[in-house]
Every structure is written in C-alpha cells, then in structure tokens.
Ligand binder design. Sequence first.
Ligand code: ADP
Length: 208
Amino acid sequence: MQNSIIKVENLVKNYGQFEAVKSVSFDVEEGEIFGLLGPNGAGKSTTLEIIETLRPKTSGKVWVNGFDLDEKSGEIKKIIGVQLQTSGFYPGLNLLELIKLFSGLYNRNVDAMELLKKVNLVDKAKNKSKELSGGQKQRFSIATTLINNPKIIFLDEPTTGLDPQARRNLWDLIREIRAAGTTVILTTHYMDEAEQLCDRIAIWMKEK
Ligand code: ADP
C-alpha cells in the first residue's frame, strides 16, 4: 500500500438545515491524480475548500500529509497550492508582475519565466491576464498554484468551459505536474475527464 497524503473520514458540512456534504470518506495516495466526480451542487467544491483549510467543517476528520486539520491547519497551508479564480487576477498587471506579486505573498523567490515555461506561456509573459484565452488563463492559474513548491495542488473544475484542444493541453500539463512529484486533487463533472486523467476517483451519486 502507498502512503495516503490526504485522509478524509465521515466529513459533514451543513449550511443550517441543508446538508451540503453528507459524511464523505476517501483517501488520496501520494503522487496520484485524484478526482472528485459528481454533478453540480453535489458538494465537491465544499469538500475541497474544507481540505484546503478555507471553509470550516461541521464534523468528521481530515488529515493532510499527516497533519490533523483541527490542530495544524497552518502546517497544511504551507504544503498545498490552491487554484485562484482567474477573475481574481489584477487585470492591469502582466503575467510576470502577477507571479512576482504572488511570490511576495508566499514569501518565496520564484523564477517567474521558468514557471511560465512550465505552463507554456513564455510568449505571454508581458501580456495582461485579461488578454489571455480561456485555456491560457487556466494554465496561468495552475502556474500560480506551483509558486510555493507544494506537495499537493487543488484544482476546482480546471477544464470547465474549455474547447477540446485546450482541455487536452491542460490534461497534459496536469500529468506533467504529477510526473514532477506533486499530488493533484481535482473536481470535475466530466466522466471522460475522470477516466482519462485521474488515477482514482471518488464519485458523488445524485440522490433520488
Ligand atoms: P459542487 O462543487 O459539487 O458543484 P458545492 O460544494 O459548490 O457543489 O455546493 C454544494 C451545495 O452546497 C450546493 O447545493 C450549494 O448551493 C450549497 N452551498 C455552497 N455554499 C453555500 C453557502 N455558503 N451557503 C449555503 N449553501 C451553500
């Protein structure tokens, strides 16, 4: 058996009377691409945000790299990379400037051009984020998850809205990131994406 880098046990999230996450359990192994697959509204993003330490849970247990979410959320934050919504990028800054800004926030020294090379955006280095195509924006947003050299990255519906070619490019990029040793956990509502890209998946069924 491999090492579980994420362990989720009986995770529950209620918003008032509404059960958004209903006692979910799964393990993610180190070095895999793990998919949370299910229809819209199933609770995938909520689950991801809880593991990312961004949203409080109602009950259940979560461990990331052995750190208990209830006690060591600060340690968890240090080893994860979270994808920001592309709409959150300052529209007036170019890609190099944005990477420098985020590196400063993480207190890291990053070779911005090297990072853009990884996501095949060197020729857009001096462009503003608003000038990128949908696929380029997603690739850039994945680049920002890598700034702090994380052990795990979290991608929330990374290919939604992309054309087939851009989706395949993004799949290749995600596979390269995994090949470099980073564990990837992502949400998707595409069956084919889960099948082609993910090593293992957790499936949310629709309630009758
Ligand atoms: P998914 O990512 O699978 O599409 P979400 O995790 O975004 O699903 O949402 C799960 C359910 O929780 C949805 O029904 C959504 O409307 C509800 N929900 C999400 N955030 C909140 C919130 N802040 N307050 C109340 N309900 C919410």
